[in-house]
Design a protein around this ligand. Sequence first.
Ligand code: NAP
Length: 265
Amino acid sequence: MKFAITSKGDQASNSLADTMREYLLDFEFVSDEEEPDIVISVGGDGTLLHAFHRYYKRLDKTAFVGVHTGHLGFYADWLPNEVEKLVIAIAKTPFQVVEYPLLEVIIRYLDGSRETQYLALNEATIKSSNGTLVIDVEIRGEYFETFRGDGLCISTPSGSTAYNKALGGAIIHPSIEAIQVAEMASINNRVFRTVGSPLVLPKHHTCVLRSVNDTGLQLTIDHLTVVHEHVKSIQCRVANQKVRFVRFRPFPFWNRVRDSFVADK
Ligand code: NAP
């Protein structure tokens, strides 16, 4: 089995990563940064987002596992004092894999010349790079509303506990193949109106955001930010690809939600 380890870069994460590397090499695993079967991310959820984007082109061949060196994470759910147990589990147990849905974003441009495709593990956000975002929202081929406000956040179920939650979106179990559209400070008055609630769209419902003016759009895909000019539309839907996480023990999603947001056990 080929493995790669990514670290948050701080001293605690680097030293834990070194320890795990030594253990895995002792078990005659092969270190392969380019084509790993398993990627171990040491740090936090943010570290796993970076690892995901590093290996997003081989999602069908790579499974992820996260160790957290800070607070409890949603993707990083192993503790530093459990790494020996984790390495033994990787070495001795035929591991199970759980798959989580991803968000596919396709940007199309006014001149029709090309399109840009992204995959997000947490979410995509769309803001105007110059003032209020004004954008038509289309769902399943039908006009839905014209959004005016700070921006829109389109999240995956596993990303629903991240930015989406701060926007008042629902937490969605990752076994549900859906995306969620949440508003950021919409303008609502007698002239302008939006639905005002987060929308959860099933796999077969595509959401297309159509520019109504030609201002630059600031797009984030997880931790990455890019400004796109002359955008005609942004198409968002549940991706065909999924991310695979290695599971060696049950750690129910709702327990992680409780432990992260409500109370420690
Ligand atoms: P960051 O600003 O350094 O950290 C964002 C925080 O979100 C970290 O505490 C991170 O956990 C946590 N997080 C990431 N994914 C999560 C998930 N699926 N569920 C619950 N918490 C999660 O940025 P970053 O580390 O590069 O991560 C980028 C993410 O930040 C974006 O995908 C977005 O979701 C989130 N974000 C949130 C807000 C907000 O809540 N208002 C605003 C902007 C961006 P760790 O500490 O374990 O890494």
